[in-house]
Design a binder for this molecule. Structure first.
Ligand code: SF4
Length: 442
C-alpha cells in the first residue's frame, strides 16, 4: 500500500514540540510519512500556540493557503488544527473556517488515527475534540526526529494564574504524570540513544503537589530517580517557578553534576516587587535575589537564564530600574525579553495604566543593552576552558564546522567530522562572541 504524506507545522513552546513528536509517531504508525511541504501532503496539521495575543490571526494566513490547496484538489486534503488555539476556540474555529476537518485539543492527540479514519471513510465530516482538559492525557510514544533530544512532559496545566498569561485557562489545572511512567519513558529514550532529556512542565517544580497528602514524591525525588538510570546523557528541565524552587532540588543538582545540566531557566518577569504583585507572581525582588544567592552558593557554576516582560501595565520608570538592577545583579547568560502585549481574556488586559508603545520599546532597548553586556562577559569567561559539548550536527553556515551545546546551554562551534553528531566531545574554547563560543576539538 502506498504511504501517504503529512506535514505538521509547529508554533510555540517546547510542550508543542513534544506534542508534535507524538503526532508524528501516531501518523507514521498509521501509514503516513512526515514531510515538510504542505503542497505535497495529504494531511496538514497546524499545532498552534496562543500565548501571544493575535495567535489566531497568525494561523489565519496559513489556513488561507491550505484552503486554496484544498480547493484546487477538489477537497482532497485533511486540514487539522491542534494545540492551544484549538483548545481555546473549539467549534468556533469551524464557524470561521468550515474547510478545517479536525480541531484537536491538547489532551486528545491519541484519538488522531481513529478520527482520520472516520473522516476518510466518510463516517463524519468534521471532528472537534477538546475535552478532558483537567485530566492526564494517555501516554503515547513520540518521534523526535534528530535522535539527540527527547522531551518528556512531567506535569500538565498550571494553577498560578499570572495575570498576563492565558495558559491556565487553556491547559487546565496542574496534574502530574506518575513517577514510574516518567522514569520508564526516560529509560527508553536513553536506551534508544537520546543524549539530551528535557523534562517539561508549565511549572516543573510543583511536580507531585497534586498527589495525595501523604505522598513524598516531589520534583527533587523525580530528578533523583531519573539520575539513577545508567547511561551517557544529561537532563534539563523547563521551567521552574521561583516561588516553588526549594533547596532539595538544588542539592540533587549538586549530587549529579554530570547528569543534570548546569543551567536553570528561572523566569523573573520583572525586578519590581510592585509589578510582580500585579503580575501575581507571588515573590518579591528581595526573595528572588535571595533565591539566586542560594542557587549560586550550592551550584557555583550554574548558568541562569530568564524571561522578562517590560512595560507591564502601571510600570513606572522606577519599577523598570528595579528590573535593570536585578539583571545587573544576577548576571544572566541569556534572557528572553519581551514588550508586554495585551492578551485578551487575562486580567492584565483590562488593567489601568497600559504603557505606550514607544515607552515599552525604549525600555526594551535599554534592557537589552544591559543584558547583552552580561551575556558577552560570561561568554568571554569561557575562553581558555575545556568544555563538554553535545554535538548537534554540522553548522548551518559552514559544513566543515560542527555545532553543539554545553551543559550551560551555550552554543559551541568547532571544526569536526559529521560522524560526531549525537556524541559528547571535549572542546577547548578559543574565542567567544556574545551568544556563541568557538573552539578546537581536544
Ligand atoms: S506560571 Fe504563570 S506564566 Fe507560567 S504558565 Fe502558569 S500562569 Fe502562565
Amino acid at each position: 500500500m502506498n504511504r501517504k504524506k503529512a506535514t505538521i507545522v509547529t508554533y510555540g513552546c517546547q510542550m508543542n514540540v513534544n506534542e508534535t513528536a507524538k503526532m508524528k509517531k501516531l501518523l507514521e504508525e498509521n501509514g503516513y510519512d512526515i514531510i515538510d511541504d504542505i503542497h505535497n501532503s495529504d494531511a496538514v496539521f497546524l499545532n498552534t500556540c496562543t500565548v501571544r495575543g493575535g495567535a489566531a490571526g497568525k494561523i489565519e494566513g496559513k489556513l488561507g493557503n491550505l484552503k486554496t490547496i484544498k480547493n484546487s484538489r477538489n477537497g482532497n486534503l485533511i486540514i487539522g488544527v491542534t494545540g492551544c488555539v484549538a483548545q481555546e476556540e473549539k467549534e468556533h474555529l469551524l464557524k470561521r473556517a468550515p474547510y478545517i476537518d479536525i480541531v484537536l485539543g491538547n489532551q486528545n492527540i491519541s484519538q488522531l488515527p481513529e478520527i482520520m479514519e472516520k473522516i476518510l471513510d466518510g463516517e463524519i465530516e468534521h471532528a472537534v475534540l477538546t475535552n478532558n482538559e483537567d485530566e492526564l492525557p494517555p501516554r503515547i510514544d513520540a518521534n523526535f526526529g534528530d535522535g539527540i533530544t527527547a522531551s518528556v512532559a512531567i506535569n500538565y496545566g498550571c494553577n498560578n494564574f499570572c495575570t498576563y498569561c492565558i495558559v491556565p485557562y487553556v491547559r487546565g489545572r496542574e496534574r502530574s504524570v506518575p513517577l514510574e511512567d516518567i522514569v520508564a519513558d526516560v529509560r527508553q529514550y536513553i536506551k534508544k540513544g537520546y543524549k539530551d532529556i528535557l523534562l517539561l512542565g508549565q511549572n516543573v517544580n510543583s511536580y507531585g503537589q497534586d498527589f495525595t497528602e501523604s505522598s513524598e514524591i516531589k520534583f527533587s525525588k523525580l530528578l533523583d530517580e531519573i539520575c539513577k538510570i545508567d547511561g551517557d546523557y544529561w537532563i534539563r528541565y523547563v521551567s521552574p517557578h521561583p516561588k516553588d524552587l526549594t533547596t532539595d532540588v538544588l542539592e540533587i543538582m549538586a549530587k549529579y553534576p554530570e547528569k543534570i545540566a548546569s543551567n536553570m531557566h528561572l523566569p523573573v518577569q520583572s525586578g519590581s516587587t510592585e509589578i510582580l504583585k500585579k503580575m501575581n507572581r507571588k515573590y518579591t525582588k528581595e526573595n528572588y535575589l535571595k533565591l539566586v544567592d542560594n542557587i549560586k552558593d550550592i551550584l557555583p557554576n550554574i548558568s541562569l537564564t530568564t524571561d522578562i516582560i517590560v512595560g507591564f501595565p502601571g510600570e513606572t520608570e522606577e519599577n523598570f530600574l528595579d528590573t535593570l538592577d536585578v539583571v545587573r545583579k544576577v548576571q544572566y547568560e541569556n534572557a528572553y525579553m519581551f514588550k508586554y502585549s495585551i492578551r485578551e481574556g487575562t486580567p492584565a488586559a483590562t488593567m489601568e495604566g497600559q504603557i505606550p508603545e514607544d515607552v515599552k520599546q525604549e525600555r526594551l532597548l535599554r534592557l537589552m543593552e544591559v543584558q547583552n553586556e552580561s551575556a558577552k562577559n560570561i561568554s568571554l569567561s569561557y575562553v581558555g576552558k575545556t568544555v563538554k559539548v553535545l554535538v548537534e550536527g554540522p553548522s548551518r553556515r559552514n559544513e566543515e564546522k560542527m555545532t553543539g551545546r554545553i551543559s550551560e546551554n551555550k552554543v559551541v562551534i568547532f571544526k569536526g567530522d559529521h560522524s560526531l553528531k549525537g556524541t559528547f566531545v571535549k572542546v577547548k574554547i578559543v574565542t567567544a562572541k556574545t551568544w556563541t563560543l568557538y573552539g578546537e576539538l581536544v
